[in-house]
Ligand binder design. Sequence first.
Ligand SMILES: Nc1ncnc2c1ncn2[C@@H]1O[C@H](COP(=O)(O)OP(=O)(O)O)[C@@H](O)[C@H]1O
Ligand SMILES: [Mg+2]
Length: 295
Amino acid sequence: MTNEVDDDSVDSPISDDDNIEFTGAATQLEWMDQPRHEQIFRDIEEQINSGHAKTPDRSGRKVLDSVFDHSTLMAIYKLMQDGVIEQLNHPIARGKEAHVYHATGPQGAMAVKIFHTTNAVFKNLLKYIEGDPRFTGLKRKHRDLVTIWVRKEMRNLIRMHREGVRVPEPISAYQNVLVMNFIGEEGRAAPQIRHVELENAETVVIDLSNMLRLIWQKSELAHADFSEYNILWHLDEPWVIDVGQAVSGRHPRAEEYLVRDIEKLHSWANRQGVTIPLEDIALHVVDEEGMGWDV
Ligand SMILES: Nc1ncnc2c1ncn2[C@@H]1O[C@H](COP(=O)(O)OP(=O)(O)O)[C@@H](O)[C@H]1O
Ligand SMILES: [Mg+2]
């Protein structure tokens, strides 16, 4: 146990100073035309477009508009001003909840996970409530939730990284943007393990059991989405990603999630032709002595 503040608290204060807000009667896009924002966008576009070099015919602004909302652009801009991101390069993955970009920073290649601040349902709702004074603040509340989620993923990464779990090294979290080490080579993300043909699957199963053990016993977390989608294969070793949903071992459903993770690993092992009893993996993960698989 560590005696620091509870990393998983969702009530940790969110500083208003962090947010660059544009309020007033302007419609969603009018604010972009204000002269004081012109330079900001030219800067960001210049850097982002260098990663979209293959589509010079499309207006940079259009591409940006479709991917990022204005608070996201401001968050990226802040990270650039702070020197965390030097250049945002090409997209690596586009998902329902987040886009992941390859980026360059002072230490080299990074992955920048940009969470959508509005989901489809919420976006639809916004149409009806925007401009209605009774609902001011709702959009803001939604963004705050995303910010909390990003900080949670950052804290979970820190806790796992600290204990030697193979996860991307966390670099920064700001609003809906998470910055971490890039897992991959020459700008190409390492493949998810489900796409890899493994030479020695048994070793990998043991390695993954060891990581679940570290996550549970040392980081005191349950990953809660430990699937072949969230494990990358890099330099002949598995790397665990996507830890935003991981919960503290004290969470009321932590054990349920842990069991699910163990079952997933077990069934994946089976599909790889590795016949290892479920109980062995479970014992290794939860028991202090374990199966003696640690190297
Ligand atoms: N640190 C990273 N290095 C390289 N690629 C990454 C990194 N983090 C995420 N990715 C890529 O982005 C994809 C989605 O990331 P993930 O964290 O699983 O988000 P989602 O919540 O969308 O599942 C991954 O499958 C991987 O291809
Ligand atoms: Mg994922």
